[in-house]
Design a protein around this ligand. Structure first.
Ligand SMILES: Nc1ncnc2c1ncn2[C@@H]1O[C@H](COP(=O)(O)OP(=O)(O)OP(=O)(O)O)[C@@H](O)[C@H]1O
Ligand SMILES: [Mg+2]
Length: 260
């Protein structure tokens, strides 16, 4: 058996007075679509922040493709091939959709700032390649008509897709999606599910996603990990997790009617 793509071991994250993650462990294999669910405040975004280097975990270990990436800064984690989207849209409002995608590509380019300013042949080649890649991603997602508009001119669901597209520009092997379908209509959610699966099939990208909508989760994920108050309370298929008494208890009295 090959080693897991992502391995999270005994992860702890403590803020003053709050333990946001307590001894959380799970693994993800290459090509998996894993869902991370749990009531509000369960620690889902905190786990994303620990994996992507935005927070330094208090203790525990994160291994990606055999490399220990615990406590690496975000830019180094991204170089290993992990990209993410944010729970709240984080697009550049003054830039067009195409330019937002090129920012994603620029983060991955090897030419330094100075070369960028001097426009050496190497940077020109990289810029041409990035532009072609941006158009390819937009075409793949059926979004070419949005290339030259500002994200704010698009409906919310389309703006979420732009973030998704930008994450794909980073040539990542694992993409973390923090509530990619929040605020979307049922048909937009279905379209996004199809896109995620198509991207996995076409580019071999694995996904870890936080999502509240249970029908969507059941449809696209191979495995579900459930957090509650920072602890992993269940892990398994949609059916296993839905029938788990601890999961049912965690969701009782919360406003997540969509779950269980
Ligand atoms: N930077 C921080 N400083 C202090 N506390 C924090 C910080 N980030 C998160 N927390 C706390 O950690 C806990 C988990 O928060 P987190 O945002 O990870 O939850 P979540 O599962 O993503 O919730 P939601 O479904 O509402 O997005 C919460 O109690 C939150 O207040
Ligand atoms: Mg969150």
């Amino acid at each position: 058996m090959s080693a897991p793509l992502l391995e999270i071991t005994a992860l702890q994250m403590r803020f003053q007075g709050i333990t946001a993650l307590k001894d959380v462990s799970f693994t993800m294999n290459t090509g998996a679509i894993t869902a991370l669910i749990g009531p509000n405040g369960a620690g889902k975004t905190t786990l994303f922040n620990c994996v992507t280097g935005m927070y330094t975990p208090t203790s525990g270990k994160v291994t990606f493709d055999g490399h220990d990436i615990t406590a690496l800064p975000a830019y180094r984690v991204s170089r290993y091939g992990i990209a993410r989207t944010f729970q709240n849209l984080a697009l550049f409002g003054g830039l067009s959709v195409l330019e937002n995608l090129l920012v994603g590509a620029y983060q991955q380019g090897s030419s330094g700032l100075l070369q960028g300013a001097l426009r050496t042949p190497k940077t020109r080649r990289e810029q041409t390649a990035s532009l072609a890649a941006a158009h390819e991603v937009l075409a793949f997602l059926g979004m070419e008509d949005t290339a030259n508009v500002l994200p704010s001119e698009l409906p919310y669901g389309r703006q979420k897709q732009v973030e998704f597209a930008r994450a794909l520009m980073q040539k990542a092997r694992l993409v973390l999606l923090d509530e990619p379908m929040a605020g979307m209509s049922t048909s937009e959610k279905a379209a996004m599910s199809v896109l995620i699966r198509r991207v996995r099939e076409r580019f071999g990208i694995s996904f870890l996603l936080v999502e509240h909508d249970m029908p969507t989760i059941m449809e696209i994920s191979d495995k579900i990990v459930v957090l509650d108050f920072g602890e992993k309370i269940a892990e398994g298929t949609a059916e296993q997790v839905q029938n788990d008494p601890a999961v049912i208890a965690a969701y009782l009295g919360t406003d997540h009617t969509a779950a269980v």
